[in-house]
Design a protein around this ligand. Structure first.
Ligand SMILES: Nc1ncnc2c1ncn2[C@@H]1O[C@H](COP(=O)(O)OP(=O)(O)OP(=O)(O)O)[C@@H](O)[C@H]1O
Ligand SMILES: [Mg+2]
Length: 402
């Protein structure tokens, strides 16, 4: 068979039918499911707090928190969409703006955030150039132009505060004192549980007039969520309840993360499809899990500062020499060698030790603190990554270092 005909076969089977997936998009993060099992309570809470909007009253500010993948964004977006339906039908003067604070450009500076808010009112301010106070004034004028309720959802609000501090939140939570016609309500969402404690106490108390907690899902709850989504996404007979249960159990291991459960089942489906399997088997889920872990580690390493990558390279050098008792001192010697070859200024041993602790925290290495009696403390470092992943890292991320 020539290459052309065998390629033709691949495209033919691929194009003619999709035996595994019926509608894969329903597993994507962009898809909003109609049902949100195990979040009835939170949906109701958010809806009840926002309901006064329908009578032109100002609702309380809300602070929502819970770990990643616990359905926070989904619940808020579902309530908002539903509410907007009623609001538009009844011509009620309410505007609801949603901003994801992790988005680059929009929330990198106070100026940009205010410019975005202005553009939500359909007006534009230049991308840069005006004094921030001028953009703030513009926002304020637009806000107070007519009698209305404005709700501002700040998703991943911790990212905003990390980038530009909590001054802007202070201003936004105080703004109602000055507004004459409009009432502004804030909804803050965060998966960083310590975030609220670090806020200015005045911001904290106004932002969290109402607090809603999203507990992590357990394996059974994830199974219900996943079963509904899998029925939409896969063709009949492709997915067994055993496979769904396995994805749910794996995703519940760290904390019940629905995003991870959905990723697992989607990738398992893609692997089954590539292997020309008619069904998604448990082994495909195992492979999906290892792919997700690999991708996570590659992503973390890729976004680490150069110095940290060099520290990791030093650890790998020692590991590959067969050293089963790698200690901070060994790593430091190798590290300074690599720095010298690559024209990098070496950090102090203490800083390198911090970087080692960070790699440990990310789960890329295992470091155990050993006491060396009066000689102080050191760490015993282990690398538990599959060989193929190590080769992948060396061939990509670490390739730029000699
Ligand atoms: N109860 C549920 N029913 C159906 N799908 C759900 C449910 N909870 C979460 N999901 C799905 O899981 C994924 C993650 O949910 P969501 O984005 O709401 O998490 P989050 O709590 O906002 O996480 P993060 O803090 O990382 O932003 C989404 O694809 C969402 O559709
Ligand atoms: Mg979210």
């Amino acid at each position: 068979m020539t290459i052309q005909t065998s390629l033709g076969d691949i495209f033919k089977t691929y194009g003619s039918e999709r035996p595994i997936f019926k509608e894969k998009e329903t597993l994507s993060i962009k898809f909003t499911p109609e049902n949100t099992p195990h979040r009835e309570k939170q949906l109701k809470q958010v809806a009840l707090i926002l309901a006064p909007l329908l009578r032109n009253d100002k609702p309380s500010n809300i602070f929502i928190y819970g770990k990643t993948g616990s359905g926070k964004t989904l619940v808020v977006r579902s309530v908002v969409d539903n509410l907007l339906g009623t609001i538009n039908k009844g011509n009620i003067p309410v505007k609801i703006f949603y901003i994801n604070c992790k988005m680059k450009k929009i929330t990198d500076t106070e100026y940009r955030l205010l410019a975005q808010l202005v553009s939500n009112f359909g007006e534009e301010v230049p991308y840069t150039g005006l004094p921030t106070s001028e953009v703030y004034k513009r926002f304020y004028e637009l806000l107070d132009k007519e009698n209305q309720n404005v709700v501002l959802v700040l998703d991943e609000i911790d990212a905003l505060v990390k980038k530009i501090g909590d001054g802007i939140l202070y201003n936004l939570t105080r703004i109602n004192q000055d507004l004459e016609k409009t009432k502004l309500t804030l909804i803050g969402i965060s998966n960083d549980l310590s975030f609220i404690d670090e806020l200015d106490p005045r911001v904290r108390s106004s932002l969290s007039e109402e607090e809603i907690i999203f507990p992590p899902y357990n394996a059974n709850e994830l199974r219900d969520i996943l079963t509904e989504r899998a029925n939409l996404a896969f063709n009949p007979g492709v997915i067994s309840s055993k496979v769904v249960a396995k994805c749910s159990a794996l995703a519940a291991q760290e904390h019940g993360d629905a995003r991870r459960a959905l990723d697992l089942i989607r990738i398992a489906g893609e692997i089954a499809e590539r292997k020309d399997s008619k069904k998604v088997e448990e082994i495909h889920v195992d492979m999906a899990e290892s792919k997700l872990d690999t991708d996570r580690i590659l992503e973390i390493l890729r976004t680490q500062p150069k110095q940290s990558q060099v520290v990791f390279k030093a650890i790998l050098q020692s590991h590959k020499k067969g050293n089963t008792n790698i200690q901070t001192g060994d790593v430091y010697d190798l590290y300074t060698n690599i720095c010298a070859k690559n024209n990098l200024n070496p950090l102090t041993q203490r800083r390198v030790s911090d970087l080692i602790a960070e790699l440990d925290m990310f789960g890329i290495i295992n470091a155990k603190v050993l006491s060396k009696g009066r000689y102080g403390r050191t760490k015993r470092i282990k690398v538990n990554l599959p060989k193929s992943l190590v080769e992948n890292i060396e061939g990509s991320i670490l390739r730029e270092f000699y």
